[in-house]
Design a protein around this ligand. Structure first.
Ligand code: GLP
Length: 241
């Protein structure tokens, strides 16, 4: 794993932007693996700015997202589908039919997971953007999820519900389950870029980089990926320096 420590959140976003832009500029029909959460928002803003300033086009770009809350439909303001549209897709010239995300209101979980795994067999990300949970989760693969996992429905840890509750009106509104790509799906990407910012990610970053490769820290699996870059701001990197 290559590690880049940046002074600030903005510098982290700029490093990530450079890597995504390189791919989008060189491969018009590239596949981008995308993440939600606060961490990639700076990167998404830079992609939008670049699209407006330099006319970088996303006409033939495809995207696959990592996860979605169970029970939230695509127009619910807390759904990840809504997050992606409002923070990125609606601001680019991307064709929404080229963007893929699990369907949060699918009633047959198994069928939806199989459908999404088929999507992921066809669409291998040229670059996968990841954030990290304070407990070391990637997508919604919580500690002790098997490294061999494919798309599945998972129960969220208390700490994840608490962390993510800041985006909801109250903690009781946070769904307790989510559809998530499995760790095996994520590891299929040709390149992985994991972003981490802020003091509350220090332990997770330490375990991801310095810890043993172990299912107790899902992000530690990235040590095994042949082309993974961690871009971490100084606040998140304190324990690895
Ligand atoms: C959620 C998402 C993850 C994300 C994590 C961290 O749990 N499922 O993909 O990495 O939050 O979010 P944030 O970037 O807001 O800290």
């Amino acid at each position: 794993m290559k590690i880049i420590v940046t002074r600030t959140y903005d510098d982290m976003s700029k490093e990530a932007f450079r890597l995504v832009k390189e791919i989008v500029a060189k491969k018009k029909n590239a596949c981008l693996g995308l993440a939600t959460g606060s961490t990639p928002l700076g990167l998404y803003d830079l992609l939008v700015k670049d699209h407006l300033d330099n006319k970088t086009t996303y006409k033939d770009i495809k995207t696959v997202n990592l996860d979605e809350y169970v029970g939230l439909d695509k127009d619910n303001i807390n759904s990840y589908a809504y997050f992606m549209r409002t923070n990125l897709f609606d601001k680019l010239d991307i064709n929404l039919s080229n963007t893929f995300i699990p369907n949060g209101i699918a009633s047959n979980y198994e069928e939806e997971c199989n459908r999404y795994n088929k999507v992921l067999e066809e669409l291998i990300p040229d670059i996968q953007i990841l954030g990290i949970g304070s407990d070391g989760h990637i997508a919604f693969n919580e500690p002790n999820t098997p490294f061999s996992s494919l798309t599945h429905v998972t129960s969220l840890e208390e700490s994840t519900i608490k962390d993510n509750s800041r985006l909801f009106n109250s903690i009781d509104e946070v769904p307790t389950k989510a559809f998530t790509q499995g760790i095996k799906n994520i590891m299929n990407a040709k390149q992985i870029v994991i972003l981490a910012s802020g003091k509350n990610k220090q332990n997770a970053v330490y375990n991801m980089i310095k810890g043993n490769v172990n299912e107790s820290c899902p992000a530690s699996v990235l040590q095994l990926h042949p082309n993974c870059i961690a871009i971490i701001d100084e606040d998140a990197a304190k324990l690895i320096m």
